[in-house]
Design a protein around this ligand. Sequence first.
Ligand code: G7M
Length: 236
Amino acid sequence: MNTELQMHNDIYCTFYLSPPPEMSEIKATVVYPATEKHIQKYLRQEVHLIRESWEDYKNITLPFIQSQSFSIQWVYNILQKKAEADRIVHENPDPSNGFVLVPDLKWNQNQLEDLYLIALVHRRDIKSLRDLTAEHLPLLRNILQEGKEAIVKRFGVPSSQLRIYLHYQPSYQHLHVHFTALGYDAPGSSVERAHLLADVIDNLAMDSLYYQKRALTFPLRADEPLFKKFQEAGKV
Ligand code: G7M
């Protein structure tokens, strides 16, 4: 490796390093054609927290989601084995309580430090955390149990080193669960977005309507149309 000293002071040095080509590979994700929403998603923006009551969900968020057409074709492609079929780590084929576990788009699978998989449910009628009731407990328990087992079997990572959670709001309105290495500060794993699956299961077991009662907090970028809807309703 080529090294060039930039600064030296006592026991502190900084260097410029030029790794050889075989060590400087860059993984690039291409979205083509990208919608305006994709472009906004990857731009740095001012972010605000929204505190969404159940009424806000019904009156503002849900109508907005229903008016949008952010495609989830990639999810259906995975579920129907039209894409990423060779990447499937585990599948429970049951139509109501089954799911597919695949490596997330963000993980190149070269190292376990940033392990990232995603479980996509087979049923198509659950948009997000807000739709979950005790009826979905068997499905959620399957994801938690079988997901952990599949990951330790395939990658040797024990469940005590996994962060297993849902996003609220998710980017894609088809229920999915994130599995990331605990030591990896994965994007979207912060408190304002991540809900641990084990906690979701406990909450639903205590109260079937838990997620149809409580307020949920989530971040929105200032230029997002949903943020404008909350602004218009005087909620921010
Ligand atoms: O919870 P949220 O909707 O924000 O997360 C969606 C997750 O799906 C992200 O972690 C994405 O990286 C992942 N993802 C998105 N796409 C378009 C794909 C895809 O085509 N394949 C796979 N395997 N993961 C994806």
